[in-house]
Write a protein that binds this ligand. Structure first.
Ligand code: ADP
Ligand code: MG
Length: 269
């Protein structure tokens, strides 16, 4: 397999959308495997207490497994809880367990509550280079997502082509702007990715066209098609990139990964 271009710097990308079911986790898991297969050093941080990214990537995450929770409460370092993905051992994954569900309450009274993830990630990345960190955010704009936005340089926004999406997206772009203005001046949107695209429906075409009209430069050229094996793969602790490798969905995630990589490299200059 031909290699993709290589990053020269570390990049931290929060994959976020406050709406559930838009393809955040699917995007994180598939981009991570696709890029790791082509030689990018990838760390996935599962920041959703539901642990769906951990499941999809075949990572142990029963209650009590050392996870992002232990890291955020200061008991362990990120590198100590990261596990190699069985399907792609060069890919490292920080699992989320149900323990993470209580973290927003636990951190609520801390003055620096927005920066817990940033601190541990800075420590991790200080000893590494050319690493792509993908953070799978929960479906809310709560403290876990704020922590992801404070730890990240970039936000990647999956947009579900099956639902009138623009209103939700403007809330998310407003939030990104507010966080850049107040908590993290280094934050910006790197890309929008149209997911669950069905070329037979008018709604898909309409949503895609709206997103491209509003965000012409940031919307990835590749759309992710709606495809049954994309949704089946997690039950086999797989991603479509390994489970149904030559399908349109798999190829789309590989192309979207290459586009993302090229955008990040462009920003390094
Ligand atoms: P989120 O993390 O935003 O909540 P998920 O990635 O979990 O969203 O996706 C929601 C559901 O849709 C999951 O059951 C997932 O398997 C399914 N899904 C995601 N992308 C696709 C796709 N391109 N085609 C078919 N099903 C998809
Ligand atoms: Mg999810």
């Amino acid at each position: 397999s031909e290699e993709y271009p290589q990053l020269r710097k570390n990049h931290v990308v929060a994959v976020a959308n406050q709406k559930g079911g838009v393809g955040k986790t699917t995007t994180v898991a598939n981009l991570a495997v696709a890029l790791a297969q082509k030689g990018t050093k990838v760390l996935v941080i599962d920041s959703d207490p539901q642990g769906n990214a951990s499941t999809a990537l075949g990572i142990e995450h029963h209650a009590g497994t050392p996870s992002l929770y232990e890291v955020l409460v200061g008991k362990m370092a990120l590198g100590e809880v990261a596990q190699p993905c069985p399907n792609e051992p060069s890919l490292l994954v920080v699992p989320a367990t149900v323990d993470l569900a209580g973290i927003e309450m636990e951190l609520a009274d801390e003055a620096d509550r927005s920066y817990f993830l940033r601190r541990v990630l800075e420590e991790y990345l200080a000893e590494r280079e050319s690493t792509l960190v993908l953070i799978d955010c929960p479906p809310s704009l709560g403290l876990l997502t704020v922590n992801a936005f404070c730890a990240a340089n970039w936000v990647l926004i999956p947009v579900q082509a099956e639902y009138y999406a623009l209103e939700g997206i403007s809330l998310l772009t407003d939030t990104t702007n507010k966080i850049r203005a107040s908590l993290n001046p280094d934050l910006d949107i790197i890309a929008f990715l149209v997911t669950m695209f069905d070329k037979r429906t008018n709604l898909s075409a309409q949503v895609e066209s709206d997103v491209r009209t509003h965000y012409p430069n940031q919307t990835l050229k590749t759309n992710i098609p709606r495809q049954v094996t994309i949704s089946e793969a997690p039950s086999w602790q797989q991603t479509v990139v390994t489970y149904d490798k030559n399908s349109q969905g798999s190829v789309a995630y590989q192309m979207a990964g290459l586009e993302l990589l090229n955008k990040l490299i462009e920003k390094e200059n």
